[in-house]
Design a protein around this ligand. Structure first.
Ligand code: 2BA
Length: 110
């Protein structure tokens, strides 16, 4: 058995969860925050048998979209004034889904 920990963008989360459930998978949604952008994202825990891992990846690929985000670097006012120009927003590409695949030693529902 494997536990997939998938970090997806909030806007994609509902469609991913609907597709997972429609295909008979079980999933748990956790609200999370990215360390770099410090914006909300969604972490989905998905426990599946080994042979179902590829099917879950197919769902994630289908419903998660990479997007560009802009982040404004935080610069102290004194430094911004010294630089004598506006600090430009930084463009970063946020991936469709960041997925960790973990081996499950034991699974029980008691
Ligand atoms: P964030 O940490 O908010 O990162 C958002 C995007 O910012 C990243 O997209 C990446 O394009 C960029 N980024 C992150 N750290 C950076 C850095 N030190 N320098 C420059 N650019 C940086 P993704 O890589 O697609 O990651 C999307 C979200 O997935 C991340 O949100 C974070 O919540 C999670 N994530 C990604 N890699 C992870 C990892 N190794 N461990 C835990 N969580 C991870």
């Amino acid at each position: 058995m494997k536990l997939l920990v998938a970090i997806v963008q909030d806007v994609d989360a509902r469609r991913v969860l609907d597709a997972l459930v429609a295909e008979g998978h079980r999933a748990t949604k956790i609200s999370s925050t990215g360390g770099f952008l410090v914006r909300g994202n969604t972490t989905i825990l998905i426990g599946v048998e080994d042979q179902q891992v590829d099917a879950v990846f197919d769902i994630l690929r289908e419903h998660c979209e990479a997007r560009s985000e802009f982040v404004s670097p935080v610069v102290p006012l004194s430094e911004a004034a010294a630089a004598r120009h506006w600090v430009q927003p930084l463009e970063v590409e946020v991936g469709g889904a960041t997925v960790f695949v973990l081996s499950v030693e034991r699974f029980e529902q008691v």
